[in-house]
Design a protein around this ligand. Sequence first.
Ligand SMILES: NC(=O)c1ccc[n+]([C@@H]2O[C@H](COP(=O)([O-])OP(=O)(O)OC[C@H]3O[C@@H](n4cnc5c(N)ncnc54)[C@H](O)[C@@H]3O)[C@@H](O)[C@H]2O)c1
Length: 486
Amino acid sequence: MLTKFILAASATELTALRTAGINFATLYLQTVGIIVVIGILIFAVSGFYSHGRYYRSKYKAILIINSNSLVWLLIAILAYLIPVLPTPPRSVFIFGWLSSSAFLLGARFWSRFWRQAIKLEARILRQAHDIEKPKHILIIGGAGFIGSVLVRMLLNSGYRVRVLDNFLYDQKSLDAVQDHPMLDIHTGDSREVSSVVQSMDGVDAVVHLGEIVGDPACAVNDDVTIQINIAATRMIAEAAKGYGIGRFIYASSCSVYGASDQVLNEDSKVEPLSLYAKAKVAAEESLNSLAGTDFHPVILRLSTVYGFSPRPRFDLVVNLLAAKGIQEGEITIIGGEQWRPFVHVKDVSRAIKMILESPLGDIAGNVYNVGANNLNYTICEVGKIIHPMIPGSRIVELDEDYDLRNYRVSFDKITADIGFECQHSLQYGIAEIQEAYANGQILDYRLREYSNYKVLLGENGRLLQRYNELFQLYPQPERVREEINA
Ligand SMILES: NC(=O)c1ccc[n+]([C@@H]2O[C@H](COP(=O)([O-])OP(=O)(O)OC[C@H]3O[C@@H](n4cnc5c(N)ncnc54)[C@H](O)[C@@H]3O)[C@@H](O)[C@H]2O)c1
């Protein structure tokens, strides 16, 4: 009985529904022209076409429902007023209003969903492309000894380059390229978060060279060294990661190896002896701790660099011994039995460029020693290479031995992984220094500007202090010092 009743009821409802459907279809077909015209008119008058894009989410939905209700109200009025039009039951109007509202709102949501899906896909594809083929490179410390060579090398290869530098050692090194259309220069300190974040806007990769460099320079002011070489380096990496810049190259140093009689490779134990080297180890550790699927630091442990650069340095052993030989006729050897690996500044820059251009899968998260097996020399050997190149010079060996570093390094890994090999010999770099003297580019190697240590002791030491006071930066160097000494 009940089943019969339900069946009879549903049969009645079905018939009513079918009638309503047929009525709706009839009305729709007979009045489609009018519905479209009225619809367009009402939506135009309500500002949907002119101001619609300024409405967001629920306000847009309200606008659509209001306009659509008005359309159906007008159609109902016209249907009753104009005799030639059919006059269907009210359910047809309600159904028409409901279905068209649902259709219009659905269309909005659907288009929004697709726009977002397409945008997301485009972003993922762009990031994947940018990370594999970076074109816009941020070089922090781009005015320095290595940076000023690397900037030119990348510009010449068609890269867009941005430099962030506080110009501790002046901006002269970039004078010749400062108007290059593909270069923009940001003056700022790496400890200042806003400078770092601004400099990262729109770049695909970061090369971080902007630290206090060398044992003596780092010893001038421990706190500043800790701030710049440890804390700021971590902050820079965090900013890059936050920005989605996955390719990050960090210039570390072979001096992390300290003293050893073995030939050391990337897996050898680190034995940092100075604050400079300890800070490098600490910075490497924090970069590694940030590494993940979206952040791929590559750590380059550079050999001691030599050669001529737009920012010449004569606080580096090969350059210093060559300059002393040329200017004073004496090649003064201190701690002659110590082993040290060397690399030319152009080779370092080329290694960085090759890392930038290597597939991320091959290099991500790796540590590489940068140099060449045949460029491991004792300081005595360096003197013996320089001596015959400077007629009239003599070697003077001193007993003092304040630098405890002594390490020979293997460079097999970088050659095996990316095919990097050094192209420039020690003799090539020494000849460059001779040429710089001959053409008057260098008059006196002892000038303050050629030594990081001397610059930091002078005016620019105070410049760094001023930056400190200005930004009240990293107030806990004590804690960091305890950690790195532990
Ligand atoms: N030159 C070498 O023999 C050698 C060896 C091993 C590793 N490295 C590493 O390579 C990198 C570059 O060395 P380099 O020889 O070009 O040194 P550099 O001293 O010539 O250049 C450093 C640059 O960084 C800038 N800088 C310093 N502190 C800054 C700060 N707080 N904010 C912004 N800019 C800052 C300086 O103004 C300078 O232009 C360093 O990380 C260094 O430790 C160099």
